[in-house]
Design a protein around this ligand. Structure first.
Ligand SMILES: *[C@@H]1O[C@H](CO)[C@@H](O)[C@H](O)[C@H]1NC(C)=O
Ligand SMILES: *[C@@H]1O[C@H](CO)[C@@H](O)[C@H](O)[C@H]1NC(C)=O
Ligand SMILES: *[C@@H]1O[C@H](CO)[C@@H](O)[C@H](O)[C@H]1NC(C)=O
Ligand SMILES: *[C@@H]1O[C@H](CO)[C@@H](O)[C@H](O)[C@H]1NC(C)=O
Ligand SMILES: *[C@@H]1O[C@H](CO)[C@@H](O)[C@H](O)[C@H]1NC(C)=O
Length: 324
């Protein structure tokens, strides 16, 4: 009875030692950001640690595509996996048979890693999962688009409000064309920016949104110059702040463009938001000054000789005129 038990136990131990064991990884995740994919395969109980007796076979859905023969050092690859290579050939003798594959050749699926050391062998299965990740987060996308939409919208309103004041048709047409260009560029940019998985198109989209926004800076100047003939300082101040917003947006663009997971989306958003805010300030002043200008000359003619000292008075009257 005891003898039988010992025999069974020994048999179990021997059978166990005939099998190679692995540090099992059930699955690995790949995203658009992985340039290469590593499929882990780690044998924990190699005994001989001799490359001559090691044989590695990687299969995808039961079909072998990568075979390494330790005795000859030869590798056989299926041509659709020409980039496949042992992650660390030096460490194969210590059990590391992990495989690297370029991201374009790594198809999702169940890979099996079969390792043989002399007569002992074993196999482990790793599922390669593709995980979609957008470039910017949805919230960042919304804020980028919202800021730009507002900046462009304020530009168009300001153009509409001041268009009657332009004497030269050329400038009018120029400002109109500039508005059309930036609107089209931004809309194309928006459509490229949004996607549920990172693509190079996203980067082009951000470029189409951010870079042409420079057009808004000189346009803003021309628009304000019309209503602020006698207060160019204000127009210049607005243009400087607008340029600052643009500069920040471009710096943000530079920080994000090469990153697969951009961490500086907030810089782009801040720059575009400043541009939108400054455009709004310009618009509000253009509207107010537009109204006060219309009303000013006749009132001034009457009031100036009478209330030369009460400077606030004429302003208040003008403002009321504007509301009506
Ligand atoms: C196997 O995994 C365990 C824990 O996950 C780790 O401590 C150990 O170092 C691994 N063995 C090898 C050979 O990598
Ligand atoms: C992809 O990259 C991430 C982060 O660098 C890494 O944790 C992950 O293991 C990689 N996936 C594969 C399959 O190599
Ligand atoms: C390579 O793999 C593809 C797809 O898995 C298969 O259709 C093809 O027959 C394989 N070629 C060789 C030479 O094994
Ligand atoms: C593989 O071997 C190299 C040197 O040959 C060593 O630096 C590295 O840490 C090893 N990697 C692992 C995972 O053991
Ligand atoms: C991989 O195998 C697992 C378990 O057998 C299965 O659930 C999964 O659908 C397989 N994946 C693919 C891509 O075939």
């Amino acid at each position: 009875m005891w003898a039988l038990g010992t025999w069974v136990l020994l048999g179990a131990v021997c059978a166990g030692s005939a099998q190679l064991q692995f540090n099992v990884t059930k699955s690995v995740e790949q995203t658009a950001c992985n340039k290469t994919v590593i499929l882990p395969c780690i044998v924990t109980n190699l005994i001989k640690n001799n490359i001559q007796v090691i044989f590695v076979k990687w299969k995808l859905e039961k079909k072998a595509f990568f075979i390494f023969e330790g005795s000859t050092g030869k590798i056989n690859r299926n041509e659709s996996f020409s980039s496949a290579a042992l992650e660390s050939p030096q460490n194969l003798t210590s059990g590391i048979a992990s495989l690297t594959i370029s991201k374009t050749q790594a198809v999702r699926g169940n890979y099996s890693c079969e390792v043989t050391e002399s007569s002992r062998e074993g196999e482990t299965v790793i599922e390669l999962i593709y995980h979609r990740v957008p470039w910017f987060t949805p919230v960042e996308n919304i804020l980028i688009i919202l800021s730009m939409v507002l900046a462009i919208l304020f530009y168009w309103i300001q153009l509409a409000v001041t268009v009657s004041k332009f004497e030269t048709t050329l400038l009018k047409i120029g400002l109109f064309i500039a508005g059309v260009v930036i609107t089209i560029s931004a809309v194309v940019g928006f459509s490229l920016l949004i996607s549920d998985d990172f693509k190079p198109e996203n980067q082009i989209g951000l470029g189409l949104i951010v870079l042409p926004a420079v057009i808004l800076v000189p346009c803003q100047y021309f628009l304000l110059q019309i209503v602020y003939e006698n207060n160019l300082l204000f127009a210049i101040g607005v243009v400087i702040l607008e340029s600052l917003g643009y500069l920040i947006a471009v710096i943000g663009f530079g920080l994000c463009i090469t990153a697969c997971r951009p961490k500086n989306g907030a810089v782009v958003i801040a720059g575009l938001a400043i541009m939108a805010l400054i455009a709004l300030v310009g618009l509000i002043y253009a509207i107010l000054s537009g109204y006060s200008k219309k009303e000013q000359p006749p009132r001034k003619a009457v009031e100036e000789p009478l209330n030369a000292k009460v400077t606030g008075e004429s302003d208040r009257i003008c403002y009321r005129g504007g509301d009506m």
